[in-house]
Design a protein around this ligand. Structure first.
Ligand code: UDP
Ligand code: MG
Length: 320
């Protein structure tokens, strides 16, 4: 396939959950762009079963245009799983993952295609500003990225979401990952190939409410970024152990010297209470960190599928 010829096929992947009023505006803005590109395309809605009219809106749009397709998950598996499902089932020479709420401007797709044609395999959009987000959410996100990039084995670009173009080569590699809690930004960084960033201003959501906590955002997803791509928290426990043991050894030496010098000190309750509570805190924290990794091993070892498709409309029943 020659990417520069206009025969290539693009798959747009939209994870979606309760977005009834955003479906039509999204499709019409996407179509403006895609028709300009005059390529073949499909728009795949990968849907967590929604309690509003999302499904009906998508199917109505499909009546008019068969290139609109729907993957229905059997229950709410969440945005990361829905996105991965879309990537597994898409048939394009490249795919673009985009949110349903028009926070990611579809107009950027043109630039992404251009970079892909120049030879890049991953073209991700990088937020320079974020509208409609609370200050606390921005701080959580800032700190999250800082921690992830300090300790993770691959560099995960700051201020990116899932909004990105991914080439068929990378899609095929992504299919080899079978992680229970996929962190798309992380696994795409892990896969490597040539990657390019396009800066953009992130709009506020068009309609409806965000599906995550207004302050903490998708903290759980961020935690996957930390725990799924770094062993550092486990090393930290060993370091803490070493540090505290050294302190207690020095404390022992001090007591011994004082005893030998015949110097009597009586330290009372507060010291003991402080020491015991401090050490119990550190121990529980360390157990918690180990627990987090164990929980992930637990989830992986059962080998359960990360998502289940109840119905695929317009797409093959099997992964491409
Ligand atoms: N989404 C989803 N399943 C969920 C939560 C969200 O498919 O359990 C979709 C949602 O419909 C939207 C995208 O994921 O298309 C991003 O969600 P949202 O706008 O709430 O998140 P944010 O903009 O804060 O990243
Ligand atoms: Mg949003």
């Amino acid at each position: 396939m020659d990417k520069t010829e206009k025969k290539y096929k693009l798959s747009i992947i939209v994870p979606v959950y309760n977005e009834e009023n955003n479906i039509e505006p999204l499709i019409s803005r996407l179509k403006n762009i895609l028709d300009d590109l005059s390529c073949n395309y499909e728009i795949i809605f990968s849907m967590d079963p929604s309690t509003d009219l999302t499904e009906k809106m998508i199917l109505e749009q499909r009546m008019e245009d068969e290139r609109i397709k729907l993957l229905k998950l059997s229950r709410r598996f969440g945005q990361p799983a829905a996105t991965i499902a879309g990537i597994h089932y898409c048939t394009g020479d490249a795919c673009v993952v985009i949110d349903a709420d028009l926070q990611d401007p579809p107009e950027l797709i043109k630039e992404m295609i251009q970079k892909w044609q120049e030879g890049y395999d991953v073209v991700y959009a990088q937020r320079i500003s974020r509208k409609g987000e609370t200050l606390i959410k921005r701080i959580v996100s800032y700190v999250g990225y800082w921690v992830i990039n300090k300790i993770s084995v691959v560099k995960i670009p700051r201020n990116t979401g899932d909004f990105r173009l991914i080439s068929r080569e990378v899609i095929n590699e992504l299919k080899r990952f079978n992680e229970h809690d996929p962190f798309l930004r992380g696994i795409v960084a892990y896969v490597g190939f040539s990657q390019f960033a396009i800066p953009y201003d992130r709009d506020a959501r068009l309609e409806g409410k965000g599906k995550y906590n207004r302050f903490l955002g998708s903290l759980r997803i961020g935690l996957n970024g930390v725990l799924g791509f770094s062993r550092y928290p486990l090393h930290l426990i060993s370091l803490l152990g070493l540090l505290i043991s050294s302190i207690s050894f020095l404390l022992g030496l001090t007591y011994l010297s004082l005893k030998l010098l015949d110097y009597h000190i009586v330290w009372g309750n507060p010291t003991l209470v402080m020491l015991i509570s401090f050490l119990s805190g550190v121990q529980l924290l360390s157990l918690g960190i180990i627990g987090q990794y164990m929980a992930r091993i637990f989830d992986e070892i059962k080998g359960r599928p990360g998502y289940i498709i109840k119905e695929s409309i317009g797409l093959s029943k099997e992964k491409e």
